[in-house]
Design a protein around this ligand. Sequence first.
Ligand code: PLP
Length: 293
Amino acid sequence: MTTVVMLTEDHPNGVLVDASKPLINIEDQGLTRGDGVFETMLAANRTVRKLDMHLSRLTNSARMLDLPAPNQNALTQAIELGLKEAAEGPQTVLGSEEHVVKIIISRGTAEEGAHSWITVAPAPQSTLEQRTNGVKALTLPRGHDPAEEGSYPWLLTGAKTLSYALNMAVLRYAKKQGADDVIFVTDDRRILEGATSSVIVARVNNGVKTLLTPEPNHGILPGTTQGAIFKAAQKNGWALGFGPLYPQDLYEADGVWLTSSVRLLAPVTHLNGNPLRHNEEFTAELLDYLAQG
Ligand code: PLP
């Protein structure tokens, strides 16, 4: 079901390869050390949404890991090739077929060096269902404050690296506790981000609608979905807020969502077992901003 396009010396703009065949060297450092970077994107109607934002974040991540700068033009062509060949994706709220498109850049082997590939697969139903069903989330400690790591470039704060074992481990932990997802907090309980998502909050005060999120470059991954929602919301009269948020702000909010490229936005229905206010109108409105984008 997954379509794979490899960018090779002979085919710098990508060539379709057989995903059932061995494609990765057993000593590839992306595989053995999680040494590489990636982007996960949503394609609706076989067009990747906010491709420029993803390519720009990928370039930034690659720079932070001293990987060669990605050839954005070649990647765009490789994605087009993959999307043309991909199996049919589900029809969804966006009113079009949806696919998950990934770009992976791996350190490769010492002999062959870094290399990239694209995968395209129909969007999984379970992820899409979270847009309407929402998620039960737990706040869990990140163990340190990533905002304090900015002066240590080897900690790769803000890069989207292949080292996602921690992000997957915390999701398994949450599921064992009966929750669906996680919101990381610092030791002083400041909200950071989800395991694979950004956190956004709606607050209505004296008729003024405000969207808030933790400062995007403050030790967390700057979310392209959060960025796109905020841009459209501002045009539609919402005030925007960036800055410290604490669990109490989420309990008192008029809506809390986890946002990410494929899931778009999932209302957080419960936080640490407590029901949160869920405003279906806001969910529809914010989803509409993404559908238009
Ligand atoms: N934060 C983390 C840790 C993520 O892994 C992701 C997406 O995978 C996001 C935020 C949301 O990013 P985007 O909206 O660009 O998908």
